[in-house]
Design a protein around this ligand. Structure first.
Ligand SMILES: *Cc1c(COP(=O)(O)O)cnc(C)c1O
Length: 362
């Protein structure tokens, strides 16, 4: 009997491809040819070595990651990267530039301030983080240790549609909520990090892609677990890595390869977002939060004419099988997160539901 699955619009942890869940379920008790669960195998076993190698290889192929970048699988989420980035890269006497485009960038800055000198190169907080800054609004520190940005602002629903210029400073990007939703030119970045639980897999594993020369900045005085160089030298196995998370991430990457890679998934993502934004632009009943040229293809944020209607919408939507649409409390309203694995027919079904809702409550 087929199980019942709702349309899961959660911002994270988020929907995974059904085929991935089915494969993980099928092989959970015993991996084929191994006779043990992936939950039980040693991280030093040949089986796990093959799993982590394949995940890294698929990540490298999908993202066209240049050979002079290391791929790390760490724990602690994107939030630990808020601290690890300055601990490793913000050398004494230097300044780190932060571009503030939402709540997550502010949290990243807060951690960096505990470590060293920072400078806010740009902020779009005024007006409620409705857009990313224009090039002429970004005031960089000459010789900055790095420039930190957030490529997709999960809470506000905005996204960069270009890579900002940093005049030589390494660009560090929190790509937690749009990594591999479209092609990415890794060579433009010094470091890219992402908690897996939005677009890559389950929570518990964090992907860090770091240019090799930056590893020289990691001081020996750092605790081993927080040191990029230690983690890179140990192939992400300084201690027990998140085995199940890496396994599931590997399945998601294989699924993504099967979808045709990043160019192909980007087309699907553009199509999905367009269906939803077209509806939001059709009638002033909907009030999209983000400015048009900064709209996120991953998290679509909008409000209704009143908070009562928003509550009603969330309630009726849940009853109709649409889950996770409540917006973050800092923005209010609704948020539809439509990551890679979110099915296209689910977006169309939501738009149908929205039209009915407007007719009934307009
Ligand atoms: C969810 C999210 C985070 C926090 O991720 P954790 O893995 O929970 O620490 C950070 N940045 C962005 C852009 C996010 O979407």
């Amino acid at each position: 009997m087929p199980v019942h699955r709702v349309y899961n619009f959660s911002a994270g942890p988020a929907v995974l491809p059904l085929s991935v869940l089915e494969e993980a379920q099928r092989d959970l008790v015993a991996l084929p040819g191994v006779g043990m669960s992936v939950l039980e195998i040693s991280h030093r076993s040949k089986t796990f070595d093959a799993i982590i190698q394949a995940a890294e290889a698929d990540l490298r192929t999908l993202g066209s990651i240049p050979a002079n970048y290391k791929v790390l699988f760490l724990q602690g989420g994107a939030s630990l990267q808020f601290a690890m980035v300055p601990m490793n890269l913000l050398t004494s006497g230097a300044v780190a530039d932060y571009i503030l485009t939402g709540s997550w960038s502010k949290k990243a800055l807060k951690e960096a301030k505990l470590i060293g000198a920072t400078h806010v190169a740009a902020s779009t907080e005024e007006g409620g983080f409705k857009r990313v800054p224009a090039a002429n609004e970004i005031k960089l520190t000459p010789g900055a240790a790095y420039v930190h940005m957030t490529s997709n602002n999960t809470i506000a629903g905005t996204e960069w549609h270009h890579v900002p210029e940093t005049t030589g400073a390494p660009l560090v990007c929190d790509a937690s909520s749009d990594i591999f939703s479209r092609p990415i030119d890794i060579s433009k970045f010094g470091l890219v990090y992402a908690g897996a639980q939005k677009n890559l897999g389950p929570s518990g594993v964090t992907v860090v892609i770091i240019r090799e020369d930056l590893l020289a900045r990691s001081s020996d005085t750092l605790p081993a677990m927080l040191n990029y160089k230690t983690q890179a030298d140990a192939g992400s196995m300084y201690n027990t890595p998140p085995v199940f998370g890496i396994y599931t991430l590997g399945l998601v990457l294989k699924w993504l390869v099967g979808q045709g890679g990043l160019t192909a998934i980007a087309k699907v993502n553009e199509r999905k977002a367009k269906v939803l934004y077209d509806e939001l632009d059709r009638t002033p009943y909907w009030r999209p939060h983000a400015e048009k040229d900064s709209r996120s293809l991953m998290n679509v944020t909008f409000r209704l004419p009143s908070e009562d209607l928003e509550k009603q919408f969330i309630k009726d939507a849940a009853a109709a099988g649409f889950d996770g649409l409540k917006g973050h409390r800092s923005v209010g309203g609704l948020r539809a997160s439509i990551y890679n694995a979110f099915p296209e027919e689910g977006v169309k079904a939501l738009v149908e539901f929205m039209r009915e809702f407007e007719k009934k409550n307009g």
